[in-house]
Design a protein around this ligand. Sequence first.
Ligand SMILES: Nc1ncnc2c1ncn2[C@@H]1O[C@H](COP(=O)(O)OP(=O)(O)OP(=O)(O)O)[C@@H](O)[C@H]1O
Length: 272
Amino acid sequence: MAATERHLRRRRSREGAHRTAAPHPPATGAVISFSGVEKRYSATDSALDGISFDIFPGEFVFLVGHSGSGKSTAMKLLIKELEPTAGEIRVAGRDLQKIPRPRVPYYRRNLGVIFQDYKLLPNRTVYENVAYALQVTGGGRREIRDKVPDILRLTGLSTKLHNYPDQLSGGEQQRVAIARAFVNHPPLLIADEPTGNLDPETSIGIMQLLYRINQTGTTVLVATHDVSMVDKMRRRVIELSEGRIVRDEQSAAYAAAESTREFAIRMRSAQG
Ligand SMILES: Nc1ncnc2c1ncn2[C@@H]1O[C@H](COP(=O)(O)OP(=O)(O)OP(=O)(O)O)[C@@H](O)[C@H]1O
C-alpha cells in the first residue's frame, strides 16, 4: 500500500475514533444512529458510556470487544429490550424513544434479529418455524407458500423442511433462525454472537450466508468474539472497551493495528 494511502487510512481511522468522543447529531440517511448513548444498570457502573456512531444502508459492520464491553447492551437497546439512560438512538431516522410500548412489536417486525441460542420453536418443523414469522406479520397462505421455500433454498435447508429443531445440527438451527429473520426481507439484520455455539467451519458457512444477505442490500450488524470470521470478512469494525468506542475502522481485522491501538489508548486517557 502506498504511504499516502496508509496515512489517509490512519487519519480516517483516527477521525472515526475522535468522532466517538463527543455526541453528534444523527447523520441523515443512516440506518442506525447512536448519539451520545449511555446505559447504566446501576448508579455506579456504565455499560455504555456515551457512544456515537452511524451505520449507513448496505453496510456490513462488526461490533467487537472483550466480554463485558457492552456489545449485547447495544444490541438490546436496538431492539428496544432496554432503554438508554441518556442519548438518542435512531433506526431508519426514527427516534426509538418515541415508539410507545404497544408499537414495539411493529417496530421489531422491520428488523431481522438473530441470537446465539437460535430461539426456535421446538415443537414446530423447519418449515413451520419460518412460516410462523410470516404469519405473525400478517402473511397469508399464498405468501407463505411463495416465500418460505425460497428462503429455505437460500439458506441451504431445502432437504430439512420437515425436521424439528432437535433433529438439526447447531449450524442448521442457526440457518433456520437466519431464514426466519430474513423471510420478510427486512432492511436491517442484527445478530448477537451468531456463531458463538458453532465450530469454525460451520461459522464460516453462517458468515457466508450473512454476506449473501448483505449483498441483497440489507444492512447487517454483527456483535461477535469470532476473530477468524472478522479477519476473513475484512469489513468495518467498531470496537468497544468498557462501554466506549476505541476503534471504528473500515476493512479491518479483529485486532487493531498497533498504531490504531496506541492511538485508542491515548484517546481513552485524554477522555479521562
Ligand atoms: N442486566 C444487567 N444488570 C446489571 N449489569 C449488567 C446487566 N447486563 C449487563 N450488565 C453489565 O454491563 C456491562 C456490559 O455487558 P454486555 O452484556 O453488554 O457486554 P458484552 O460485550 O455483550 O459481553 P459478552 O461478550 O460477554 O456477552 C458488563 O459490565 C455487565 O456486567
